[in-house]
Write a protein that binds this ligand. Structure first.
Ligand code: GDP
Length: 423
């Protein structure tokens, strides 16, 4: 077993990473979140019930797994407190022994959420369709070096001064730019007391913990959120998230810049789905889209855009994640189709292209579609590759050949055991 492994999304997010992480966490000692915050959710179905985790790493359900929120995470104390309480109510143990927060993680403040919503409202029909969780304003402030680090909570007089400085600056923007209400010192003090103080037992120097873990050959899993096409630097900018989601960033955002990621498990969905605005070459509409959305349960807090698998985008995702193996999810969703379409290339300015075009011209691309025969039977109880209908095997192999990476797991349902291990 390799020491450092990452599980990451290859597409636009919502590939079903949560269930793959949940399945594989039994092989790991430490699970680390290295970027993102309340904007991304992992859905996990297990013996405790169904959970959507936004901030906590997915190893929280496993005994003896240490879960770490790294320095790269947008640490939203309010959101995290709610998540911890919800899990505890269902009987999941959350203690400073199994959950640790990096002292170098920055706090996502109430003004970040407010500014996110205010800017979306200002943009009206040109809005970015953000999740309004404050992620964009948070990372902008981090790059401006205007955030509070979690470790500051241990130094009240330093914290107070820093909070006041930042609050005064933010109030200039809230009132002057957006004509909205200022944040008062009392409101922020209460927020710190209610949501940050209770988190103090979890906050520590997680880098030294991880360095020891690495030294002792503990198995470390980096848990990515969203997907490659949402990476700030290499995704479909500006319709990306505001952080780096790629596996190569995992050691930095986790607090172990000295580590090497040896295995990268990329999660690919058997068809395409995308949430929010931005180019989505394979998008289908009307009844056909509604049908796929329904069977795939592609809703969330807004209906997902859907389409056939996009092999151009998936190939690109595999490349920039540097995936060493693939988990293909939701194959069961395609089971009632007579023919299954795949987008094999794009057509751009009259020419067919195999490689991902520059983001600014993506909305000028058209998909080139090929179809394969469907299998037309329920595969959700299949657990063995050789028991899959030959048409389903052909579909998987066509994807594998096109993306140039081995598909090792095929998921045929949301539950932990609904998986086919290959090879
Ligand atoms: P993530 O953001 O990549 O972790 O993806 P989500 O947590 O949003 O997962 C997407 C949804 O797909 C969740 O409701 C999962 O329970 C569900 N799901 C995951 N894998 C499968 C699968 O193989 N088949 C079916 N039918 N649903 C799945």
């Amino acid at each position: 077993m390799d020491t450092c492994t990452a599980i990451v999304g290859i597409n636009w997010g919502d590939e079903g990473k949560g269930r793959i992480v949940d399945l594989l966490t039994e092989d790991f000692d430490v699970v680390v979140r290295y970027q993102g915050g309340g904007n991304a959710g992992h859905t996990i179905v297990n013996r405790y019930g169904e959970f959507t985790l936004h901030l906590l790493p997915s190893g929280v359900f496993r005994k003896n797994v240490v879960n770490i929120l790294g320095n790269g995470v947008a640490l939203d104390p309010e959101h995290l407190t709610q998540e911890i309480n919800a899990l505890r109510e269902k009987g999941v143990s959350i203690t400073p022994n199994n959950v640790m927060i990096s002292e170098r993680a920055s706090l996502l403040m109430p003004w970040h959420r407010r500014l996110d919503a205010l800017e979306e409202a200002r943009l009206k029909d040109k809005k970015m369709d953000t999740t309004r969780k404050g992620i964009g304003p948070f990372y902008s402030d981090k790059y401006q070096k205007k955030t509070i680090l979690a470790g500051e909570l241990f130094y009240p007089e330093v914290l107070k001064q820093h909070l006041n400085e930042l609050r005064e600056w933010k109030n200039l923007i809230l009132t002057g730019v957006y004509n909205d209400e200022a944040e008062t010192e009392e409101e922020i003090d209460n927020w710190v007391k209610n949501y940050c103080e209770p988190l103090k037992p979890f906050i520590r120097n997680t880098s030294t913990f991880l360095a020891d873990a690495l030294w002792n050959h503990k198995r470390i899993l980096f848990e990515g959120t969203l997907g490659a096409l949402r990476d700030l630097d290499f995704g479909i900018y500006p319709y990306t998230t505001s952080s780096n989601v790629l596996a190569s960033y995992a050691p930095i955002g986790s607090g172990m810049p000295f580590a090497t990621v040896e295995r990268v498990i990329g999660v690919v969905k058997a068809y395409s789905s995308c949430v929010g605005a931005g180019p989505f070459v394979c998008e289908i509409f009307g009844d056909e889209a509604e049908h796929l959305r329904k069977i795939g349960n592609e809703y969330g807090h807004r209906p997902h855009r859907v389409g056939p698998i996009d092999l151009v985008a998936t190939r690109y995702g595999v490349k920039i994640q540097h995936a060493t193996e693939i988990a293909l999810t939701k194959l069961d969703v395609l089971s009632d189709m007579d023919e299954i379409p795949l987008c094999v290339r794009y057509k751009l300015y009259g020419r067919e292209v195999d490689d991902m075009p520059f983001p600014s011209v993506l909305d000028r691309c058209e998909p080139v579609i090929e179809t394969v025969k469907g299998w037309k039977c329920n595969i959700s109880n299949v657990r063995n590759w050789w028991d899959l209908p030959v048409e389903a095997q052909e579909y998987v192999k066509k994807i594998e050949n096109s993306i140039g990476c081995i598909i090792k797991w095929i998921s045929v349902g949301p539950e932990r055991h609904s998986i086919i291990r290959r090879g």
